[in-house]
Design a protein around this ligand. Structure first.
Ligand SMILES: *[C@@H]1O[C@H](CO)[C@@H](O)[C@H](O)[C@H]1NC(C)=O
Ligand SMILES: *[C@@H]1O[C@H](CO)[C@@H](O)[C@H](O)[C@H]1NC(C)=O
Ligand SMILES: *[C@@H]1O[C@H](CO)[C@@H](O)[C@H](O)[C@H]1NC(C)=O
Length: 587
């Protein structure tokens, strides 16, 4: 987060005409498909015995540093980077947006107007992806960049599997945030709009500051007459409150966590209910990024529980120049049940297998949580601690993911047995997302000001993309053969399915998921809601009950996964609710 100013240029702000850019499918940067593990799909004997376990697979090159990623269709992921000197080119300059094709592992540049560095985003109720906020500065030799702090970038729903004809729309003059926001977070709320929280107005060195902090939230499309709404929580959590984490609770209120504090926020009244602090002085938001996740919500009561893992116990009064890249990160996970009883009990502490700064917590369709990426020591950011490695404020990358099993007994929920080890470090400015295919796309890492391939190996700008493949990627899988385009709240719908070998299932799970927008160790909007499901006598169809209301799953796009005895299908994309533009009022 600290930039050497000689490498940056002030952006000139004479933004001109309406801009609408098309994806340029002609200029594909690089293709590198590893042959899929070949024989693994031959099927005769029980597959568990022959299929490989969890596997990392290298998939090619992202062309830009994939520091933000979001799935926007069954086959496409949007990546954003800072506007810099990335190798992927468009219109004669380096790109900082790209479409990743999950089927071909090809990348196509997107022509982004404003600098989406350290932005956030989510999908809204009509299926559009909205990216918000970003960085105020440009980069030498890349003269087209415009100030991104008020950026609003819209990627409309894209039906072409390869993204042909799909556009990223920006018009910075008429379509922008109300307040400048670098390091905000954003979620889709129950009326289908985006709520955008916090950040800073400018490039702050390491900590947020009282002078630059955006101590407000706002909405897209705007509410409150377009005037940002102050929220005291952000003042109380200075200076370690960048990328605040937030979730919609099943009563429609919003859980927020920043620094070592959390609240439940009422959008209607503006009331803040203060919750217990995270124990042991652990801070979980930037520049001490831990990660946070709303655990899967299950019928009939959808009781919400939040899990936060990693971060640091460094006091937020220590000047960054006194912090070492060897300072141990936190191995603490803290979990709270957000009912009256759970709030009274407070946070329950458990331990990861290793400390992690910048871990990622990602939903697995079977209800587990993947813990992946990050480092054992140091803090987030670039070149600001007293002893950076290359330019990295963090060191000792964690190369082996773990799985967290929410309903296992306390103390035995976290394991890495059977999980593979990569040799690619994923430190600051990396991302990971679950894909509609059911594996995880892991990309990015760049604790440097620009592309830097000469620093120590684990801190280099990283363009290699990997998937983390669960064992079922190499086995016969159940399938949802078809799904309704739209599903209505509380409504039942029946989908044709197939189960391999027509075995008698012991356990069937149907997960409705928002895959989230991955940026800075947080997945804005990520959500898993289990839906109750009835298997037909012939095992060829499932009758599923949609979430009861828009608080449980805010209206908008979702992916439905079927898991039969631990083996997960590919997802079917659905629209939850009517698909109308926000704000939605009729459900
Ligand atoms: C939370 O952080 C504040 C300072 O930011 C500190 O005074 C307080 O003791 C911390 N709370 C806990 C429970 O550690
Ligand atoms: C890479 O980082 C190192 C360490 O800060 C620096 O000396 C070098 O100039 C950087 N290289 C580039 C290409 O920026
Ligand atoms: C979705 O709504 C937003 C906000 O009104 C709008 O900018 C966007 O164009 C809409 N997308 C579609 C597909 O209607």
């Amino acid at each position: 987060m600290v930039y050497k100013n000689e490498h940056l240029t002030e952006l000139n702000s004479d933004a001109s005409s309406v801009r609408c850019f098309r994806v340029t499918t002609a200029s594909v940067y690089m293709i590198s498909l590893l042959p899929l593990l070949a024989a693994s799909v031959a099927l005769a004997t029980p597959l568990e015995s022959r299929a490989p376990g969890w596997t990392f697979t290298e998939k090619g090159n992202s062309g830009i540093v994939a520091l933000e990623s979001i799935v926007v269709s069954p086959t496409l992921v949007v990546f954003f980077d800072r506007a810099s000197d990335d190798p992927l080119q468009i219109n004669g300059h380096s790109a900082w947006g790209a479409l990743w094709d999950l089927q071909t592992s090809k990348v196509t540049p997107l022509d982004v107007v404003t600098n989406g560095f350290c932005a956030s985003g989510a999908l809204i109720s009509n299926g559009s992806m909205v990216s918000v906020g970003g960085f105020p500065l440009g980069f030498p030799g890349n003269p087209t960049i415009e100030d991104g702090t008020m950026g609003l970038r819209i990627f409309e729903p894209c039906d072409d599997p390869a993204g042909v004809g799909c556009t990223l729309f920006e018009d910075p003059l008429t379509l922008h945030l109300a307040e400048r926001r670098y390091y905000p977070s954003s979620i889709r709320i129950p009326d289908g709009s985006l709520m955008i929280l916090g950040g800073s107005h400018n490039n702050v060195p390491f900590y947020n500051t009282i002078d630059e902090a955006a101590l407000t939230l706002e909405f897209f499309p705007p509410k409150d007459g377009g005037v940002p709404r102050p929220i005291d929580f952000l003042r109380r959590t200075l200076p370690a409150n960048l990328f605040p984490r937030q979730f919609v609770l099943p009563d429609g209120k919003i859980f927020m966590i920043a620094n070592n504090q959390s609240i439940i926020y009422d959008i209607e009244t503006g009331d803040e209910r203060i919750l217990p602090e995270i124990p042991n002085g652990i801070r979980v938001t930037n520049p001490f990024d831990g990660s946070a996740i709303l655990l899967p919500l299950s019928p009939p009561d959808f009781a919400p529980e939040v899990l936060v893992c990693g971060g640091s116990n460094i006091p937020d009064t220590v000047p960054v120049i006194e912090i070492s890249r060897h300072a141990p990160a936190s191995d603490q996970c803290s979990r709270i049940l957000l009912t009256e009883e759970g709030i009274k009990r407070g946070w329950v502490v458990e331990r990861m297998l290793e400390p992690r700064i910048m871990p990622e917590l990602v939903h697995v369709p079977n209800g587990q949580v993947l813990i992946i990426n990050g480092a054992r020591t140091g803090v987030t950011g670039i070149g600001s601690v007293k002893d950076p490695l290359g330019n990295s404020n963090a060191d000792h990358p964690v190369f082996t993911p773990s799985l967290y099993t929410p309903n296992a007994p306390l103390g035995s929920r976290i394991s890495n047995i059977g999980l593979p080890t990569t040799d690619i470090a994923r430190l600051y400015h990396s991302s990971v997302t679950l894909t509609p295919q059911g594996n995880f796309l892991v990309a990015g890492s760049n604790p440097n000001m620009e592309t830097n391939l000469t620093v120590p190996v684990n801190t280099r700008s990283e363009f290699r993309v990997e998937t983390l493949d669960p064992p079922f990627m190499f086995a016969p899988r159940p399938r949802i053969l078809n799904a309704p385009a739209k599903i209505g709240f509380g409504k039942q719908f029946t989908v044709p399915i197939s189960i391999p070998n027509n075995v008698q299932p012991r356990n069937i799970q149907v997960a409705l998921m928002d895959l989230g927008f991955s940026s800075h160790a947080f997945h804005s909007g990520a959500r898993l809601v289990f839906m109750s499901a009835q298997l037909s006598g012939d095992q060829r169809s499932l009758t599923v009950t949609a979430p009861p209301n828009p608080n449980v799953f805010p209206p908008g796009p979702g992916f439905v996964f079927l898991t039969v005895d631990g083996v997960t299908s590919e997802a079917q994309k659905v629209m939850v609710g009517t698909g109308a533009s926000p704000p939605q009022t009729n459900f």
